[in-house]
Design a binder for this molecule. Structure first.
Ligand code: G4P
Length: 292
């Protein structure tokens, strides 16, 4: 998967984003990091942890509608043990999003008490929303802005650009969209691969058949072949015997994706498997689990 490693990783861009985030940090009270619940490790940028050190923060485990609920619950506990509040959210339907504002107030409880003791009652709480591309930042902001009078309000402040947008979401909260593009950390080969599985990384320049075969092997290793078997009406035991390409071929045959000469159309099968995984049709699956 060397192709995955070489795409989209531009250290220059990361340096610029780092500067933009650093510049904005003093303007916010806390950072809400949105990650993909199916790949909680690969969808985080480790640079961010160093950047925001000392700032109160919260993790939003988004797309939890497509992740394995038992695994997501374990991740929430894992973060809690580290003293970090994590919320399960589904920003497509909005499930769990109403817990955001109360959770922010809870994380900042002591600070809010100090502000109030100084007479700063009603001081707005400012939160920076950060996350890698496609993780669901816009969806979150849209859901949080819903129900607020008018549209998602982009505030007119000096120096506000498309990359530095503030939203008033009610409840005394103001959100700052990620300044700059927070690229994922592609140096680890597995990170690129896992983000390609979920579709966070475009696969049009990747070898799709190889990617789909790797996905199936990954589902095999993580104990999800039962779901694969159910989806494609195949026996789990027979899938268990096969490698990734073997499984892909079996699935293509079962679906009747054949080309002239009776051979399986592996490309069409790969597109189907990847699309169905990304759409949550194979089931609720977590590629990265707490205890790996
Ligand atoms: P970004 O701002 O961080 O780049 O992400 P964005 O909100 O644009 O979301 C990227 C894609 O992920 C969108 O799909 C969005 O609908 C989907 N998405 C966001 N949150 C969730 C979630 O909790 N669950 C599910 N299942 N999907 C989610 P898209 O195909 O690019 O667009 P569309 O389907 O909305 O048209």
């Amino acid at each position: 998967m060397s192709e995955v490693q070489s795409i989209q990783w531009f250290p220059g861009h990361m340096t610029r984003t780092r500067r933009q985030i650093e510049k904005c940090l003093p303007k916010v009270d806390m950072v809400a990091e949105i990650i993909d619940a199916r790949v909680p490790v690969s969808s985080r940028n480790p640079v961010l942890q160093q950047l925001i050190r000392g700032k109160p923060r919260m993790i939003l485990m988004n797309k939890c509608d497509m992740a394995d609920p038992a695994e997501t619950a374990k991740w929430v506990c894992h973060y809690k043990e580290k003293g970090i509040t994590a919320l399960e959210v589904d920003c497509k339907t909005g499930r769990g999003v109403n817990r955001f504002a109360p959770a922010v107030r809870e994380v900042l409880r002591d600070r809010i008490a100090v502000w109030e003791s100084k007479g700063m009652v009603g001081r707005p709480i400012r939160v920076m929303v950060v996350g890698i591309p496609n993780v669901g930042k816009s969806s979150l902001i849209n859901k949080l802005c819903k129900g607020i009078k008018g549209k998602a309000e982009v505030q007119d402040r000096p120096g506000v650009t498309r990359e530095n947008r503030w939203f008033t979401i009610g409840n005394g909260l103001e959100l700052l969209d990620t300044p700059g593009v927070l690229w994922p950390k592609f140096e680890d080969k597995r990170v690129g691969e896992r983000l390609a599985f979920t579709g966070a990384v475009k696969d049009d320049i990747l070898d799709r058949e190889h990617l789909a075969a790797r996905l199936l092997e990954c589902l095999q290793n993580k104990g999800y072949l039962g779901k694969v078997g159910e989806r494609y009406k195949l026996e789990e035991a027979e899938l268990q015997e096969l490698d990734g390409f073997g499984m892909l071929e079996k699935i293509g045959k079962k679906r009747g994706f054949l080309v002239r000469g009776g051979e399986v159309d592996l490309d069409r099968t790969a597109i189907t498997v990847l699309d169905e995984f990304r759409g949550g049709k194979i089931g609720r699956i977590s590629i990265e689990q707490v205890h790996e």
